[in-house]
Design a protein around this ligand. Structure first.
Ligand code: SAH
Length: 366
């Protein structure tokens, strides 16, 4: 529909300017080969693509004007013919444990969250891939929001650029977990483009092994990912070891039940040689018995993988509660004793600012 601007000469002029603006390509989010084409059309050499990407992804500038190793005439031409979008920081909440939750505003006003998690060894950013989420996992705060829209590749990578710019000069994000709001494999095309920009040496220069995609378990997309030739890590949210319970907790299990998922996971391992991680959120009196532990071991022992136990993080209105410390340890010990592969118990960060797994969700009082 029209913007509601008055039908005067001025209104028409404003409308024309707006549509011109919309026509300008956003250079952030374009792959290097796309930028090379863009510059070729402007009769510029291919190395301009590398120069521009350095500015977009690795330096603290936000306008063409500031890109000082580009000729002035080119900078002016770029400003006329293209745009570069940026996320804006709406709010930052700092946890007592050092994690920081960034509330970020997209260009249409939608809000998403990213969580910065530094520790002794690495600086990790947990990023979002969609505004909201369509999968309605019963225990997850984002699932309750419902799905609003896909994020484009520039919005996905810009979370990293924005937080890097906010950090001090000696800090830089070296590890990415795509475990924030949304289901990354439900936004496959944009996500893959964003990942390619993360690993590109002209882009964010983050090694594929330092990038983890966490999925609710979309079998066709996992199979497709196995053929992409990207050396990234995959985590699958299993969360239950029977179809009955998994379907109750994660409705997507009706479509892709456990046997199908494990088969697809095995195929991923065979094709890529990368060990994937099965994530298992420990929920009090729901999936944390010794029988659950034994079934989980049986399910995940047939090919090399890892199991990551995640203590359940409640929110005010949660239906579920965390396992007690004793039950959590008993479950962990049982896996440690019997599982042939690595088992870890995740130390949750940012719980005091609702930045932990499954707590991301934008609500007025959330
Ligand atoms: N959609 C993706 C990524 C987002 S959720 C996925 O499902 O994997 C990231 C991880 O947080 C998943 O393993 C999910 O099972 C877990 N999670 C969701 N809600 C949680 C909660 N309340 N407490 C702990 N972990 C939770």
């Amino acid at each position: 529909m029209c913007s509601g601007l008055p039908k005067t000469a001025l209104g028409l002029r404003i409308r024309a300017t707006l549509s011109e603006k919309r026509m300008k390509p956003n250079l952030k989010g374009l792959l290097k080969e796309e930028l090379v084409d863009f510059f070729r059309e402007m009769d510029e050499p291919a190395y301009r693509a590398h120069q521009l990407m350095q500015w977009l992804y690795n330096k603290k500038v936000s306008s063409f004007e500031e890109m000082t190793n580009l000729p002035k005439t080119l900078r002016e031409k770029l400003a006329e013919n293209a745009t570069v979008t940026s996320l804006s920081i709406q709010e930052i909440q700092r946890s007592e444990d050092g994690a920081c939750k960034y509330l970020l505003r997209l260009s249409d006003g939608e809000l998403i969250e990213s969580v910065y998690i530094p520790d002794e060894r690495r600086r990790t950013l947990c990023i979002s891939s969609q505004v909201g989420c369509a999968f309605k996992c019963r225990f997850c705060a984002t699932g309750k929001m419902g799905f609003t829209r896909q994020m484009d590749a520039s919005e996905i990578v810009d979370q990293i650029v924005t937080v890097n710019r906010d950090l001090s000069a000696d800090e830089r994000i070296g590890n990415i977990v795509i475990m924030g709001m949304g289901e990354p494999l439900h936004n496959y095309k944009n996500l893959l483009k964003a990942v390619r920009l993360m690993v590109d040496e002209s882009g964010l220069q983050i090694g594929g092994r330092k990038i983890t995609i966490s999925t609710v378990g979309l079998v066709p997309q996992i199979d497709r990912l196995a053929d992409e030739g990207l050396n990234i890590r995959l985590a699958i949210s299993l969360n239950a070891s029977t179809n009955r319970l998994r379907s109750r907790l994660m409705p997507i299990n009706e479509k892709y039940p456990i046997e199908m998922l494990i088969k697809s996971a095995r195929n991923f391992y065979k094709k890529t040689g990368n060990r994937l991680t099965f994530e298992y959120v420990l929920i009090g009196d729901t999936n944390d018995s010794i029988q659950d532990a034994n079934q989980l071991i049986d399910l995940t022992s047939s090919f090399p993988c890892k199991v990551n136990l995640i203590p359940y993080n409640p929110r005010k209105e949660s239906l579920y509660r965390p396992s007690s410390a004793a039950v959590k340890n008993r479950f962990y010990q049982q896996l440690q004793a019997r599982h042939p592969y690595a088992v870890t118990l995740r130390r949750s960060r940012g719980g005091d600012i609702s930045a932990a797994c499954g707590q991301l969700g934008i609500r007025p009082n959330g």
